[in-house]
Design a protein around this ligand. Sequence first.
Ligand code: HEC
Length: 247
Amino acid sequence: MTRDALSTTSDGRKIKDAVQVVYGSKFRPTEEDNMKSRSAGGGVSINRNGNNRCRHRRQHALFTLIALAVGVAGAGIAGETKVDVDENSFKCILEMTKVDNVLGDLQSTIAVAQAGRGEYPAGSVVQLIPTEVMIKHEKGYSPVTRDWEFFSVDISKDGSKIHSRGAAEVNNRLGLNCFACHVKAKHEFDFICEQTNGCDPIPVTRPMFTALQRSDPRCKDAPELTDEDKQALSDLAEVVKTLTQKQ
Ligand code: HEC
């Protein structure tokens, strides 16, 4: 991080730009970008802030809290309940930490999240970065992804729009394949990577996740970003820039 880049953290507009770069309203990879990034193996080995990672086991609770069961619809008398998801299934990630008014089998989802292993029940929604969400469908939806559906979601103050969704074919906005990374989680973790479940690490630190969540534009009462948040977003924008330039 150069002095120049640091100085941008005190400039509100630049921070906003950084958020937009990360959330994609400024950066949207073309098909060509996608191809390039995939052939470059994703370039996810850069981890300038890697030392921050792995220490904060406690932060896993954060993820636990935002694992909830929603969107279970269908009139199952005794049969299969179909998981129905549309853009209304997604909302301000900070509100999702309050585990209230949720439909479905929330207790079972929380139980797996708290245990830190095991098979998530249908209807489970898991997210960490506001724009990337995994939702578990009913059995048979997609055996290869163990019935997870991956979502790349565009978010703005007006709400959520599904950018892409599906099973093994979905990429994130950097053109990297969700499934390819998450499938590396050991079997007992059911595609949940966290930091120690067997996936390759990504160059996103705890402070970056926190800052991304706190700057979710869908949140009505979004908290003021702290200096640490701003720094983290600025660092993240730098990481994203490096990753995309490298390709
Ligand atoms: C380059 C590899 C990679 C790609 C591509 C990727 N992820 Fe992840 N994902 C990870 C890692 C590693 C973590 C754990 C991060 C941490 O806790 O530090 C993670 C965390 C998550 C989490 C929180 C639960 C967990 O597994 O720890 C969700 C939800 C998630 N990713 C969804 C997605 C979706 C949806 C996509 C595609 C739109 C995607 N990811 C693309 C590697 C990846």
